[in-house]
Design a binder for this molecule. Structure first.
Ligand SMILES: Nc1nc2c(ncn2[C@@H]2O[C@H](COP(=O)(O)OP(=O)(O)OP(=O)(O)O)[C@@H](O)[C@H]2O)c(=O)[nH]1
Ligand SMILES: [Mg+2]
Length: 348
């Protein structure tokens, strides 16, 4: 079976990546060189840079060769984007780790955003870019002293905002100064994120959480007004196809493991042979509870509603079919679990 690019595996990789840190954000002052730094770090990135301010107007992602991505944010405190909108962009990005890029004095807007990041528990690193332009016109102060002054400014501004003290990493996208240090630091952080991703990928909790989400989201596709029709004609193949394609599994994927490929019809026959189960299952609430505990569902309301509507329509005989459908869903969950267990987490 082709596990490497199996659609289920690809979907699960995304699921895990989205639930673990996989991006580093570059934010900060407009025109500070955020995009230029990304271009230096990732020569393939070709992030848009400009002589005029506000070159970047929306967050753009660039793949990092190790793992994850660098996200180029617009400048903070411009006419294009209000601070409120900016915070919203940060929130929806879900990014946990930021590089705050400056190339001049820390402004009030910078402090506002830094405080926001701190409040949200984000990790922040500070980069002072365009260090090549950090010169004293009178040449009376050494470059070292100028940098020391910048670090002092940062310390004073961050007092009471961040728990730990921070120093600038001084860079220049023009001369290349500090770029190697920044590159190595980000490389290490991406490796850490990849380690975390791998750990979660293989954990039973993550697989359970993914498969439960799949089970949860299949029900709205099955419990539709057309269900009555399907059941009364005992035409289960469309239901089976819906469930299989929802889980992205096919018999071919697992022929080595599942010799007896399940079918809804087989389940219906088994349930009907048990006879008394039918009357037991007449209790809607009990039935719904069973589904709920079988799939660890949080809510059973939609399922309960459809059960009730089937019975109201005089379709009590539909219950074995519904039960069989749930069994079949569980079968496909198992097939999917088997594929995930055998898969490799390689992200790219
Ligand atoms: N001297 C000098 N110029 C730089 C440096 N980095 C970037 N620049 C220049 O600064 C200008 C702005 O660079 P960008 O990378 O577009 O800055 P940005 O922070 O992405 O800007 P916005 O997206 O508009 O917020 C460009 O003209 C760059 O060539 C640097 O280290 N030194
Ligand atoms: Mg930019």
């Amino acid at each position: 079976m082709k596990m490497k690019n199996h659609p289920l595996v690809k979907a699960y990789r995304k699921f895990v990546a989205n639930r673990t840190s996989h991006a580093i954000g570059f934010i900060g002052q407009p025109d500070a060189g955020k995009s230029s730094l990304i271009n230096q770090l990732l020569p393939k990135a070709k992030a848009y840079t400009g002589v005029h301010t506000d070159a970047t107007l929306t967050a753009q992602s660039y793949l990092h060769p190790v793992y994850g991505e660098l996200v180029d944010f617009p400048g903070v405190g411009t006419e294009e984007i209000t601070l409120v909108q900016y915070k919203k962009i940060i929130k929806t990005s879900g990014i946990q780790r930021f590089y705050y890029i400056l190339s001049s004095k820390i402004r009030e807007t910078d402090m506002d955003l830094i405080k926001y990041l701190a409040k949200e528990g984000k990790e922040i690193h500070f980069v002072y870019n365009k260090v090549d332009a950090l010169i004293d016109v009178n040449h009376s102060e050494s470059s070292e002293l100028l940098r020391h002054t910048k670090n002092t400014e940062l310390k004073v501004m961050l007092r009471g905002v961040l728990k730990e003290q921070k120093d600038y990493l001084f860079t220049s996208a023009l001369t290349g100064e500090g770029i190697e240090t920044l590159r190595e630091q980000i490389h290490k952080q991406m490796e850490e994120m990849y380690e975390t991703y791998l750990k979660y990928y293989q954990s039973e909790e993550m697989k359970d959480s993914y498969l439960n989400y799949k089970v949860n989201s299949v029900f709205p596709k099955l419990f539709t007004p057309a269900l009555k029709e399907v059941i009364s004609h005992q035409n289960y193949t469309t239901l089976e196809r819906t469930i299989r394609s929802h889980f992205r599994v096919e018999a071919d994927d697992v022929y080595d493991k599942f010799h007896q490929w399940p079918s809804i019809e087989k389940h219906v026959k088994e349930i009907e042979q048990q006879g008394s189960t039918l009357t037991k299952m007449m209790d809607m609430t009990k039935m719904a509870q069973m589904v709920r505990s079988a799939f660890k569902l949080k809510s059973i309301n939609p399922i309960q509603a459809v059960f009730s509507s089937l019975v109201e329509a005089g379709m009590a005989q539909a219950l074995p079919a519904v039960q069989a459908m749930i069994h079949y869903t569980n079968d496909m969950r198992e097939v999917a679990k088997y594929i995930l267990d055998k898969s490799t987490p390689l992200y790219r």
